[in-house]
Design a protein around this ligand. Structure first.
Ligand code: FAD
Ligand code: PYC
Length: 432
């Protein structure tokens, strides 16, 4: 199903690729890029649209792109209060994998991974997807047993996962310290070879450019301040640029999901907390695998620019501030230096935080609401970057047909009434 749909989207972009020929690139370079075509139009809001997506992060832009490319809904807009990708999309550590525990998770995360594998071609834009492998390391007997159960569950869903011994880990990652005497000794690990990273900004830009090419209006610096409805039907949104009439609204606002829900008197089972990351000064290529440790709440990779990218667990308080407290990265860096002693000689270049919206079961919400035409896509917590294409793909389908497809169905808000939760705290990889 997905491939045929996507082929339609790709064909729609062929026209664009012709305009970006090698000759035009050379001509623009020679003119110091003065005549470069804008990647997407500046759009002012129209009075009415067939659908509006609130949130110009990766998930919102992907939703708009698939609405236009697959479902033919081109009279639509993405409304972003800041700049595209300025939320968690541009703040995450870009780890992509599909090695979750439950069948429902395998459904959505593997769907996303398959879309990642052809995303640069689909968008005709290099999102720098790199399947360098994601290795999760374990530090205790207890974790080793849990890992073995998890790897079997992952494989039962046909997803690649290999157990590695400490010696095999050392062979793949020569800079790691596998001495048994350190605070968090490496006792084993499991590797998803098809996992990896992508350039997060490029994902937002690629989707924005492709959606714009299909006629989608992308409206930045426009904050949604209210949701208007008539009885049980959504009728439009109030924004800092005026009222926009629409019968369908998709809210994809990550850390601000409960704020938007509140505008419709809906209470979501969401907690918003800061999650921090940092990068070192750039160095020569030294690490070509992504390493995660769930016990230590440390993950590390090396960006294509050479920076070592490190992240920690969530801060333990609710907040809408895009920052965080010092003890969290301090704990993480201490463990990271133990595991990778070369890090002690590097200087930190930048640190930042994003606000992640977490559900009690560490799984997302992709759902209709009791208000007709109002949909939510949120709760991806610390792990939504990896699902960006899959999330957008199934959310567009939900909005277009007003019913969830089989991949989205388990992620309905109804699960918090039925109790059919999808507990993925163990696979989230980052403590919530
Ligand atoms: P966002 O990119 O946050 O987009 C939401 C947008 O909504 C924002 O741009 C915001 O400005 C806008 N908005 C909010 N309110 C309004 C309003 N009222 N009106 C208009 N616009 C509004 N995930 C992984 O899979 N792998 C990782 O390695 C990873 N690492 C992470 C590291 C950090 C430090 C952080 C913070 C997160 C990490 N994540 C990771 C999680 C991932 O970043 C998110 O789950 C994902 O990016 C969410 O994407 P999004 O498009 O839903 O949200
Ligand atoms: O979900 O894999 C993940 C992740 C890694 C770092 C932050 N989130």
């Amino acid at each position: 199903m997905a491939n045929t749909d996507l082929d339609r989207g790709s064909r729609a972009l062929t026209q664009k690729s012709k305009r970006y020929s090698i000759f035009s690139l050379a001509r623009n370079a020679a003119s110091y890029h003065q005549n470069w075509q804008q990647a997407w139009r500046h759009a002012d809001p129209k009075p009415a649209y067939d659908a509006v997506i609130i949130g110009g992060g990766g998930h919102g832009l992907a939703s708009a792109y698939y609405l236009a490319s697959i479902h033919g809904m081109t009279n639509i807009a993405v409304i972003e209060k800041g700049w595209l990708g300025g939320g968690n999309t541009g703040r995450n550590t870009t780890i992509i994998r599909s090695n979750y525990m439950w069948d429902e998770s395998a459904g959505i995360y593997e769907h996303a991974l398959k879309l990642w594998e052809r995303l640069s071609q689909d968008l005709n834009f290099n999102v720098m997807f790199s399947q360098r492998g994601v290795l999760t390391i374990t530090h205790s007997e207890h974790e080793l047993k849990g890992m073995s159960r998890r790897v079997h569950a992952i494989r039962l869903n046909g997803i690649d996962s290999d157990i590695l011994t400490p010696a095999e880990i050392k062979k793949r990652v020569p800079t790691i310290n596998i001495s048994p005497d350190i605070r968090y000794p490496v006792m084993g690990g499991f590797l998803q070879k098809r996992g990896g990273t992508a350039r997060h900004d490029a994902v937002a830009w690629g989707y924005a450019r492709a959606a714009d090419d299909l006629g989608v209006d992308i409206i930045q610096n426009c904050e949604v301040t209210g949701l208007r409805r008539n009885g049980g039907q959504i009728t439009g949104i109030e924004t800092s640029k005026g009222f926009i009439k629409t019968p369908k609204v998709g809210c994809v606002v990550a850390g601000h999901s409960s704020v938007l829900a509140d505008m419709a008197n809906i209470r979501l089972p969401i907690a918003s907390r800061p999650l921090q990351a940092l990068v070192s000064e750039p160095i020569k290529p030294i690490l070509d695998t992504v390493i995660m440790s769930n016990a230590v709440h440390m993950y590390i990779s090396q960006s294509d620019k050479g920076e070592m990218v490190l992240g920690a667990g969530v801060d333990k308080y609710n907040s809408y501030a895009q920052t965080g407290s010092w003890p969290v990265p301090e704990h993480m860096v201490a463990a990271a230096v133990d595991l990778f002693p070369f890090l002690s000689r590097l200087r930190m270049l930048r640190q930042w935080g994003g606000i992640v919206d977490t559900c009690p079961d560490a799984s997302p919400i992709i759902s209709k609401t009791d208000i007709k035409g109002l949909y939510f896509n949120c709760g991806w917590g610390t792990g939504g970057f990896k699902s960006t294409p899959g999330s957008g793909h199934v959310f567009a389908d939900l909005i277009a047909h007003d019913r969830p497809n089989s991949i989205a169905l388990p992620y309905s808000l109804k699960r918090f009434e039925t109790g059919y939760l999808i507990d993925e705290h163990g696979a989230a990889g980052v403590a919530h």
